[in-house]
Ligand binder design. Structure first.
Ligand code: SF4
Length: 498
């Protein structure tokens, strides 16, 4: 799916002021196990990657049953529904819309019939990421605006069109069709796909979005992030490699590499480490929590300041604030309390209402803050509205000085690989200097982590990353006409690159 407003472990980042993750995917092949319940648990662990809709497809070997709806995993499923989904193979999805609107029609998994009309095969597909050649593919597939709701549906349509029209009594038809379709796809896609008897995972040749493989005692699991393996009792085997397709069935796991070697260029999203992924996730073999602590340590070296208290903006920035405090010797403490139970709020056009939205979620600890020179660590500044409201709150609570430290470089370019960023006009750092942002936020000092220090903090020497939103260097070409409503014929402005 195509999106920027982020959600990391913030399950409700809807102030329109953070990058928004574009979906979580999960798949399980486990004969004899309650796969619908395992998928529920896996999706629950991936809830931070999408809160607009949730769904799963389950196969009992003869039929695939799909259940999906708008809302959180806990809203969409209950014990009765899960009990009505028997089977041994399942995929699941949590969605944030990055291509297409937030509607039931665009909820996943996508379920399709293909092949012979008198005896069709069926398959289901779930997608994390965002295709960049959507328009060209839609034209090739003769899909007019409005005929499909998302780039994920477009992938399914391409599979349908490429599926053999005549039965070949070949159990591997889906696998072979997907292998043929995959090279036509450009951009970001971590997919889980299934027919009645096979579970398939496919990762784009840049590996923008994560996808990992886990082992159950009697089965296999695919998931966007490793905590979804942990929760179902699977142990981490390895990441699905960029450009790899893994097929899981009764004979075990086999691997294909459907992309030409010149397209293989690992570029894991750097923002997965900063903001999107859970702190207990393993990416490139590193735990995200430790990387965030090191970001804070590097910030302390790079932008020291005399202060009385270091605090983080909950939840993502807390490890970085700990790191800053440890390295600087300034005491670490809590300055903001997050309401754990807040649900979705709505983006308001009025500053006063936006402030109230932030206050609904965060409240200052006045005794900790009053009279203190405070270092505030946050993960990113996107539109700046949330950061500004937080600073105002801290000033009202009596902070003597506010020094803002950001765990990432200025966010200046839109993302086309699975985050919802809007246009450059909406990105604060694309339109203001750091000095102007400092004045806009009303802070005493402001510093961003440099790209070199961010990569050093992640600590995966030689590993490839995407940092396009921070550097403007896009690893995969982006058509200038690409925007979120491209498949619906909506007349949205394309996020310009200049
Ligand atoms: S542009 Fe690249 S680094 Fe930035 S959010 Fe998108 S995928 Fe991640």
């Amino acid at each position: 799916m195509t999106g920027f407003a982020g959600a990391a472990e913030d399950d409700d980042d809807d102030w329109g002021d953070k990058p928004t993750e574009a979906c979580g995917v999960f798949g399980v092949y486990a004969p004899g196990q309650p796969v619908a319940h395992l998928t529920y648990d896996g999706l629950y662990a991936l809830q931070h990657r999408g809160q607009e809709s949730a769904g799963m497809a389950v196969s009992d070997g003869d039929f695939i049953t799909v259940d999906k709806d708008m809302g959180l995993v806990t809203n969409v499923f209950n014990d009765y529904k899960l009990a009505a989904l028997p089977g041994y193979l399942a995929i699941g999805h949590t969605r944030y819309s990055t291509t297409g609107s937030s509607t039931y029609r665009a909820a996943q998994p996508v379920h399709r019939s293909a092949g012979r009309s008198d005896s069709p095969s069926t398959f289901a597909l779930a997608h994390n990421g965002n295709l960049t050649n959507t328009e060209a593919l839609a034209a090739d597939a003769m899909m007019l605006p409005g005929m499909i709701a998302s780039d994920s549906e477009l992938i399914a349509e391409l599979v349908v069109q490429a599926f053999p029209a005549h039965a070949r009594n070949d159990e591997r038809e889906l696998e072979m069709t997907l292998e043929a379709v995959a090279p036509r796809l450009h951009g970001a896609f971590s997919l889980v796909v299934m027919d009645e008897a096979h579970l398939i995972g496919l990762r784009d040749p840049n590996g923008f979005r994560p996808l990992c493989l886990g082992r159950l005692e009697s089965g296999w699991v695919l998931a966007s992030e490793t905590p979804a393996l942990d929760v179902v009792g699977a142990h981490f085997v390895r990441e699905v490699e960029p450009g790899e397709m893994v097929v899981i069935d009764a004979s075990g796991v086999r691997s294909h590499h459907p992309f030409p070697s010149e397209r293989l260029d690992p570029r894991l999203c750097l923002f997965e480490f900063v903001y999107f992924a859970r702190p207990d996730s393993l990416l490139y073999g590193r735990e995200v929590h430790g990387a965030r602590q090191r970001m804070g340590e590097h910030l302390a070296d790079q932008a020291p300041v005399d202060a009385d208290l270091v605090m983080g903006v909950p939840e993502t920035a807390l490890p970085a604030a700990e790191g800053y405090a440890r390295r600087s010797g300034i005491p670490y403490g809590q300055g903001l309390i997050k309401n754990r139970y807040i649900g979705r709020t709505f983006i308001s056009p009025h500053q006063s209402q936006r402030d109230r939205g932030v206050r609904r979620k965060l409240n200052p600890l006045k005794e900790n803050i009053a009279g203190k020179r405070v270092v505030v660590v946050d993960d990113s500044i996107v539109r700046g509205t949330t950061s500004r409201a937080i600073v105002r709150m801290l000033r009202e609570a009596g902070a003597a000085e506010v020094h803002f430290r950001v765990m990432s470089p200025p966010y200046r370019w839109p993302c086309f690989y699975g985050m919802d960023t809007g246009t450059r006009a909406e990105l604060l750092a694309a339109n203001m200097t750091v000095g102007e942002i400092q004045d806009y936020l009303g802070v005493d000092t402001l510093a961003y982590l440099t790209i070199d220090n961010l990569q050093a903090a992640v600590g995966a020497p030689g590993a490839g990353f995407c940092s396009a939103c921070l550097t403007g260097e896009y690893p995969v070409e982006v058509p200038v006409t690409l925007h979120k409503g491209v498949l619906e014929g909506n007349d949205m402005p394309a996020p310009d690159l200049v």
